[in-house]
Design a protein around this ligand. Structure first.
Ligand SMILES: [Zn+2]
Ligand SMILES: [Zn+2]
Length: 271
């Protein structure tokens, strides 16, 4: 039983695939006993204009500020954003990052340069070569890590959610260990963290993203900053898998996990 439960990755109705209001999410988080929540609505830089992200983020930040006022000290609320594909439209990314005073920036890669989000791929298409896509994925994540305008990299095994989780095409991550090590080392050198995304526990995948071996590897390489996020798009998924992940982090050798306020990691004891 843990008393300091934090969820650092959630989406409100201001994300194209979100469903509930920020205030409803915050009230629910407090009701189920969380100490803090980060609202991290999507900013998919490659679709910045098409999906109207300028207005979406403005509304998200407004809603979060309002919720902070209304919730008072009942819940710690981090004003976050999930910054997707920043290198595919750096101007859009920097415009939004310079406009708002975020507490937390989750840097993610959902789509390779010029391609659709892995979620939308037709995996029966014979022209898709999974191995090449995985290599591209890690190389583009390394580039994103080098750019570095974020706090924590989101779900570093994202394609696995769809390739193995949904489509049952096996992927051996050991083939990419050199690239994964380079990614983790780059993040550590730059003072950035990784997240453990618990969404896979309630989906076909059945594990966190990343799973235990990579979490352990990050620790072995000296990684300390690690957040836990449900990636909830519905209130009922908020907080999901957080305690399970805290146990896993302890087993991997961590003494602390992180929750961000004012772009600084609060190191919270795994106790
Ligand atoms: Zn994501
Ligand atoms: Zn997300």
């Amino acid at each position: 039983m843990y008393t300091n439960l934090f969820d650092s990755h959630t989406h409100s109705e201001n994300s194209p695939d979100g469903n509930h209001s920020v205030l409803y999410m915050c009230e629910h988080a407090a009701d189920i006993g969380l100490s803090g929540i980060a609202i991290t609505d999507h900013l998919e830089c490659n679709d910045f204009i098409k999906d109207n992200y300028r207005a979406r983020i403005q509304q998200s930040v407004f809603d979060i500020r309002r919720a902070q006022q209304l919730m008072g000290d009942k819940l710690l609320i981090s004003c976050g954003i999930e910054l997707g594909q920043a290198l595919q439209d750096k101007d859009a990314a920097l415009e939004i990052l310079n406009t708002y005073d975020f507490d937390f920036i989750l840097g993610s890669l959902h789509a390779l340069e010029g391609k659709l989000d892995f979620y939308y791929w037709d995996y029966s298409d014979p022209s898709i070569i999974i191995h090449d896509s995985m290599v591209d994925y890690y190389q583009q994540q390394i580039d994103l890590a080098k750019w570095g305008h974020f706090d924590v990299m989101g779900h570093i095994t994202y394609p696995i959610r769809y390739i193995w989780g949904k489509n049952r095409i096996p992927v051996d991550l050991n083939r990419y260990m050199d690239l994964i090590d380079e990614l983790l080392r780059t993040l550590i050198e730059k003072g950035r963290g990784i997240e453990v995304n618990t969404s896979g526990l309630r989906q076909e995948l059945g594990t966190t993203l990343p799973d235990f071996p990579l979490i352990k590897r990050y620790r072995e390489l000296g990684g300390e900053i690690i957040t836990i996020g449900s990636d909830a798009h519905y209130v009922e998924h908020i907080g999901n898998g957080v305690e399970y992940t805290m146990d896993m982090l302890r087993e991997a050798g961590f003494k602390y996990f992180s929750f961000f306020k004012g772009r600084q990691p609060r190191m919270l004891e795994l106790a």
